[in-house]
Design a protein around this ligand. Structure first.
Ligand SMILES: C[S@@+](CC[C@H](N)C(=O)[O-])C[C@H]1O[C@@H](n2cnc3c(N)ncnc32)[C@H](O)[C@@H]1O
Ligand code: SF4
Length: 380
């Protein structure tokens, strides 16, 4: 069986970035202790749902929002409570997403003492003009300082960059990416800027304030990303994620391999095995409402639906195509008792979007570029 992970959503940010549609909120002041207590209550509820035959915990991921606004003490309380409910795998991966703003970086030693062993740092860009455009609160110097401190404090460090920014040439991106790789982090998440509906960027983009790269240039930027990271020993193992082989984010692999995870906190999603059935959970999105619900009901779930085998099989197929390793067809058949549609696959292989090998279903480089349409074609 695959790993079991715990996702903890910390929904607060110091400022809202204009491109971001994550469930993140700016509040003047928060009662951090009270928010932690709500997470602990919801965690205990999940453990009760799982019953006495609980899996061993392989990964924990503090995501956000900006979990690095949380104190080390809070992270420690959450981890300690988790260790009372689940036995921790000896090599458990515990990741915390951090923002490079210096106030947050000063907490790194506390996170480490609390048990965090992997940091994912939101660097986003390595030039100040673009950081300002992205509405970030840090500059390049702060990002570099935070990265240096992270690498001194943690064995495992990842950094996030957003590329395909307005006006970004392939040459400029190559230089910036080479600089990012020179830090030597074992893992990088490299996202193409997407214009999300209902964000300030969506409005500005519609009004022509800026233009993002056309499809052809975006494809060139993607190609350059694949080549440069592979040459630097950090090949893509997922559409936007690159790692030294063996240093992949185990937590995220759980999602893409369609494994089991609990999702705690506002807006978090989970997929649990309860009494032999697969159950999808969704928490109330608005932080204050989520907390009120936890206080009233012991959990913030607004949806808890059994996943039918047909839905599970389809979701598993779609998630795994994001991975360079693709889908193991024999394991898939054993798990779901069904194989992906052969005629649709043949069409996509003929169009060079899926690779023709037997035993595994894998998107080609070209298929990865248009993955959403490959997925749509398979899901029809
Ligand atoms: C929850 S944030 C990471 C932690 C922290 N909040 C931060 O921003 O530094 C997750 C990542 O998603 C990426 N992201 C968010 N919105 C995006 C968008 N519209 N286009 C591309 N990447 C995006 C950013 O790289 C960001 O670091
Ligand atoms: S990108 Fe990160 S810091 Fe910015 S609003 Fe989104 S979650 Fe918050």
């Amino acid at each position: 069986m695959s790993d079991f992970g715990l996702y903890v959503h910390w929904p607060f940010c110091a400022a809202k970035c204009p491109y971001c549609d994550f469930n993140s909120h700016v509040r003047n002041a928060i009662d951090e202790k009270g928010w932690c207590e709500a997470i602990l209550r919801e965690m205990a509820h999940v453990a009760v749902l799982q019953g006495s035959d609980r899996p061993c915990l392989d990964t924990v991921f503090f995501g956000g929002g900006t979990p690095s606004l949380m104190s080390g003490k809070s992270a420690g309380r959450i981890l300690e409570a988790a260790s009372r409910l689940w036995s921790f795998a000896p090599d458990i991966e515990i990741t915390l997403e951090a923002n490079p703003a210096s106030a947050d970086a000063s907490r790194f030693a506390d996170y480490r003492a609390a048990g965090v062993n992997r940091i994912s740092l939101g660097v986003q860009a390595l030039n100040d003009a673009d950081l300002r455009f992205l509405g970030r609160l840090h500059d390049v110097a702060e990002a570099r300082a935070a990265l240096a401190l992270a690498m001194k404090t943690f064995e495992r460090v990842s950094l996030d960059l957003i590329y395909a920014r307005p006006g970004q040439t392939v040459d400029a991106w190559k230089t910036e990416l080479a600089e990012a790789l020179a830090f030597g982090t074992e893992h990088l998440s490299l996202y193409q800027l997407t214009i999300e509906p209902q964000t300030p960027f969506a409005l500005q983009h519609r009004e022509g304030v800026f233009h993002i790269p056309e499809e052809d240039r975006a494809a060139d930027l993607f190609e350059a990303t694949q080549e440069i990271t592979a040459a630097a020993g950090r090949p893509a193992y997922e559409v936007s994620n690159h790692a030294r082989p063996g240093a992949e984010a185990r937590h995220n692999l759980i999602y893409w391999r369609y494994g089991e995870y609990a999702g705690l906190g506002p807006g978090a999603h989970g997929r649990l095995r309860i009494a032999g059935r697969s159950v999808a959970t969704v928490c109330e999105r608005l932080p204050e409402r989520w907390r009120e619900k936890v206080i009233a009901d012991g959990h913030g779930f607004v949806e808890m639906n059994e996943v039918s085998p047909a839905d599970g099989a389809r979701e598993h197929l779609l998630m795994s195509l994001r991975l360079a390793e693709g889908l193991d067809l024999a394991a898939y058949l054993a798990r779901w008792g069904t194989a992906p549609d052969a005629a649709r696959i043949a069409d996509l292989v003929a169009g060079a979007l899926l690779s023709p090998e037997s035993g595994r279903l894998r998107a080609t480089r070209r298929g990865m570029l248009v993955l959403n349409s490959v997925i749509a074609a398979l899901a029809e």
